[in-house]
Design a protein around this ligand. Sequence first.
Ligand SMILES: Cc1cc2nc3c(=O)[nH]c(=O)nc-3n(C[C@H](O)[C@H](O)[C@H](O)COP(=O)(O)OP(=O)(O)OC[C@H]3O[C@@H](n4cnc5c(N)ncnc54)[C@H](O)[C@@H]3O)c2cc1C
Length: 394
Amino acid sequence: MDLNYSPDELAFRDEVRGWLRSNLPDDLRAKVEGYQELSKDDLLRWHKILAKKGWVAPDWPTEWGGTDWNVVQRYIWEEECGFAATPMVVPFGVRMCAPVLLRFGTDAQKKKFLPRIYHGEDFWCQGYSEPGSGSDLASLKTRAVRQGDGHYVVTGQKIWTTMAQHADWIFCLVRTDGTTGKRQDGISFLLIDMHTPGITVRPIVLLDGSKEVNEVFFDEVAVPVENLVHEEGKGWTVAKYLLGYERMGTGRIGASKRELAKLKELAGEQLKDGRPLMEDPRFRDRLTRVEVELMALEITNLRFLDQMRRSGRPPGADVSMLKIKGTEIQQAITELMMQAAGPLAQAFRPVDAMDFDHFTARLAPRYCNLRKATIYAGSNEIQRNIIAKATLGL
Ligand SMILES: Cc1cc2nc3c(=O)[nH]c(=O)nc-3n(C[C@H](O)[C@H](O)[C@H](O)COP(=O)(O)OP(=O)(O)OC[C@H]3O[C@@H](n4cnc5c(N)ncnc54)[C@H](O)[C@@H]3O)c2cc1C
């Protein structure tokens, strides 16, 4: 096993680093570093800069705009973006819907949707979860009834739909046949225009006051049959294919490294009993544990990449391990940040009369917001079940 980058890979890393330094707008970097909410315009601005450079969808085939980077180059790209504090490329179009269309879509669907996804012309969201159907996704009830005139009529509700308030399109799992013995059968994968009459989006306010997730209601929404992806009733195959892609992007190692560096800076300034918190043995112990776990995560990630580089084998259930560890580390960093910022970290927003900086004022909301990381993209308990079954054979 070779965990070191080759000279070519190092040269690639330097190229990426240099480009990010010159092309990432300062205001966007400052917002990401300061844990501020990014607007739709912010997200699309960065998306379009990447699209112009040809780097917005590295994983896609080159004929559709992919970069033809190998797995290691793609990993380097992800990590450098995290380290440089770029906004994320919203994954629902580029990383979820597009791979599905490339694998299962018709030529007409590819031609219609892929270029618009690439250039950030359509904003997508993901309609999988429903009330009572999250981990137990196959119990979903939103139904689509096919009419004679070439339409489905969709009725039901989705929940926790991230950024649905911005979305032009939603990809949805719907039940087209409620009579099958196996619940996974009879589910279909539909692309639905969010501007169609009968769709209502209602925000859910999260613990930190943010409104990033929503309920989406469908009241007899007409969807043309040409928006069906793959065969009717075979949506579960599509759904599982997509979930692998969703979990690939949850490690965020580069971003965690950047945040650890910031944490050390804070802990060097904050005094405890007249000495920097960084010198407190209990704090150092906690911080070091997180740092070691992050190093272990990175090495594990590189090990999977080495396997993929040598055998071309996709990572499979291993992705679950990266999701669990990556999100636990992200949460641990938010806890240590709160500790390092001292009593002022308790407040949700700056109070003019006090010695507050805006970074400190974002720490409590950030801490609350990041509780989500061990729930979304399949909760960490479910990821553990997957490892138990698929990797350990239990
Ligand atoms: C911030 C956020 C954004 C999200 N964005 C989207 C989105 O854009 N689109 C979308 O479709 N969904 C989205 N989700 C939904 C997410 O996928 C679900 O919340 C998740 O799958 C868990 O489902 P649930 O909420 O129904 O909880 P439940 O499935 O009811 O689980 C409740 C608890 O029980 C545990 N549990 C359940 N079953 C088992 C089991 N078999 N073994 C052990 N423990 C178990 C879970 O781990 C969890 O702790 C988002 C969620 C969050 C929090």
